[in-house]
Design a protein around this ligand. Structure first.
Ligand SMILES: [Zn+2]
Ligand SMILES: [Zn+2]
Length: 185
């Protein structure tokens, strides 16, 4: 990503450099008739031209009179366009992948949440003063994250059947977590 951005930048600088070198507007300004010998617009023609024959658009600022220099500029323009297109594609790809990642994550939580709470209501639900049961969101989210790791982000086929194993998966996860922490100490 950074590599292609750098390439676009240097291709742009290269083109700008060629533009300044071969297409200098200051040299080619004015509305006078252009001479086909010196390529300047000084309202004379090649028969009464007293200036040396123009050999490069560095002198006349008109690359259309110098095919080699014109084609250098054309290919630099094409390079830049190609790289810009590549950058756009890479950016789109990146955005799509990120969106996919986010939606996979949120849909895992959505699909698993109900089954998880039902698998051990007394653990996840708390009774409010008015007698309503509400889920303990922090605990539910923590356990969803453990299950997501265990299932590698993929929702198991039969969630309600699988939910019988959720608590032992979470317990195992906690045990591993504790032994890992002990190991690190
Ligand atoms: Zn001339
Ligand atoms: Zn010229």
């Amino acid at each position: 990503m950074i590599e292609i951005e750098t390439q676009v930048e240097s291709a742009g600088e290269h083109l700008e450099h060629l533009n300044n070198k071969y297409a200098n507007r200051n040299l080619n300004k004015g509305r006078g008739k252009q001479c086909s010998n010196c390529h300047l617009r000084l309202d004379h023609n090649m028969r009464n031209c007293t200036i040396d024959k123009c050999l490069t658009s560095e002198q006349c600022g008109d690359p259309s009179k110098h095919p080699d220099e014109r084609s250098l500029m054309d290919s630099a323009t094409e390079d830049l366009k190609r790289l810009e297109k590549e950058l756009r594609n890479k950016t789109n790809e990146y955005d799509t992948r990120l969106k996919g990642l986010n939606s996979a994550r949120s849909s895992f939580a959505q699909k698993i949440r109900g089954a998880l709470i039902n698998s051990k209501k007394d653990k996840y639900l708390v009774k409010t003063g008015s007698g309503m049961f509400v889920p303990k969101s922090g605990l539910v989210n923590q356990d969803i994250a453990k299950l997501e790791k265990h299932f590698h982000g993929k929702v198991p086929d039969n969630v309600s059947e699988m939910s019988k194993t959720f608590q032992s998966i979470i317990q195992n996860f906690d045990k591993q977590d504790i032994s890992a922490r002990k190991f690190l100490q």
